[in-house]
Design a protein around this ligand. Structure first.
Ligand SMILES: Cc1cc2nc3c(=O)[nH]c(=O)nc-3n(C[C@H](O)[C@H](O)[C@H](O)COP(=O)(O)OP(=O)(O)OC[C@H]3O[C@@H](n4cnc5c(N)ncnc54)[C@H](O)[C@@H]3O)c2cc1C
Length: 314
């Protein structure tokens, strides 16, 4: 599949990128590593007339550690982040999820900002235009019905970032810059809960930095995928613990990661969160694995995480 024609700009500062976006509203998209966006443009899931490449903005390329935060520029690659000593030594859930993302060649190109803002996916949506036209465009493409769930009037595409669930368990915040200034919000607040428009960002807002509290944590991330060497999560589960207080997040099913707090000192906490997580997910038949299996695997992955956190191994 070849790319269609579009204008290409590579500004050096955020202000210029925001101006370019505003001048071309509705037709512009941001590009970082391009590993999610470029296939989408090839499949005509996006039809921009201008692509604004953020990689020349040097303020987005750094990782800085202070007493309070690990501050990560949105352009930092998955590979660079997974090799950062603070991540390796203190944030095991994130270290695991970065390692489990795609494969090393994609990790060297794909950024953490692009990873968090990757679009939702569905077996009936991430296809060529010819395929989708023959089937009839689905809700996410402006059609009338969902092609995965017969008769449904809502979209069920899955949000498949490996790293967002791990980051949520670490109480991560994100900084967004727009034409009206910048704001800092919890990462969990960027999700709309709607699979066809998954994010709450204002049009043109740029994710500039990710802030993780600079604490030592215990944790773990596990995923189910078809090919261990490269695939997206069909279920992903992350947990992090600090001073007995924990957070579990489930990704790969539905519009956004679900998260649950737990207390390690509570009797039977492991069984409780495993059951709670499995009961809250609502997978549908839009991946290569059946919904029943994916739901069961939420319980299984969480129990494996609990065993690992309790020192019993996986
Ligand atoms: C074969 C294959 C396997 C993959 N496997 C996995 C996997 O296992 N796990 C996983 O999590 N992902 C996977 N991915 C998805 C993707 O490669 C990664 O998530 C990657 O980290 C995306 O980052 P990027 O910089 O390439 O994003 P891009 O493609 O550049 O951008 C992704 C989206 O974010 C927007 N965007 C990017 N940066 C910003 C910003 N700073 N501000 C505002 N908007 C922005 C873009 O407009 C675009 O919509 C896979 C991709 C492929 C092709």
């Amino acid at each position: 599949m070849i790319l269609p024609e579009f204008e290409y700009k590579k500004p050096k500062v955020i202000k210029k990128a925001l101006q370019l976006f505003q001048a071309n509203r509705g037709d512009a998209v941001y590009l970082s590593g391009g590993t999610d966006l470029v296939p989408r443009i090839k499949q005509r899931l996006e039809k921009p007339s201008i692509v604004i490449d953020l990689k020349n903005i040097s303020s987005l390329n750094k990782i800085e550690l202070s007493r309070s935060w690990l501050k990560i520029g949105a352009n930092v690659t998955i590979y660079e982040l997974k090799n950062h000593p603070f991540v390796k030594d203190n944030l095991p859930a994130l270290a695991d999820s970065l390692e489990a993302t795609a494969c090393e060649t994609i990790q060297m190109r794909g950024t953490i900002g692009g990873n968090v803002l990757q679009n939702t996916r569905c077996l009936f949506y991430n296809k060529s235009d010819e395929w989708r036209k023959a089937k009839g465009y689905c809700l996410k493409m402006g059609g009338q019905v969902c092609n995965a769930v017969k008769g449904a009037k809502m979209c069920f595409a899955n949000y498949t970032s490996d790293n967002a669930p791990a980051l949520i368990t670490l109480e991560t915040q994100v900084r967004l810059s727009g034409v009206d200034g910048s704001r800092q919000i919890p990462l969990a607040a960027i999700f709309s809960g709607k699979s066809d428009r998954p994010f709450t960002l204002q049009p043109g807002e740029i994710l500039t930095h990710i802030f993780i509290p600079a604490n030592k944590t215990r944790g773990c991330y596990l995923k189910i995928r078809v090919r261990d060497s490269i695939d997206y999560p069909l279920v992903g589960a992350a947990a992090s613990l600090k001073n007995g207080n924990g957070c579990l997040a489930i990704g790969g099913i539905g519009a956004k990661p679900l998260h649950f707090d737990f207390d390690e000192t509570e009797d039977g906490w492991g069984e409780r969160i495993a059951r709670e997580a499995a009961s809250h997910v609502t997978p549908v038949a839009n991946t290569v694995l059946s919904p029943t299996y994916r739901k069961k695997m939420v319980y299984v992955l969480v129990k494996r995480i609990v065993r690992k956190l309790s020192g019993e191994g996986c």
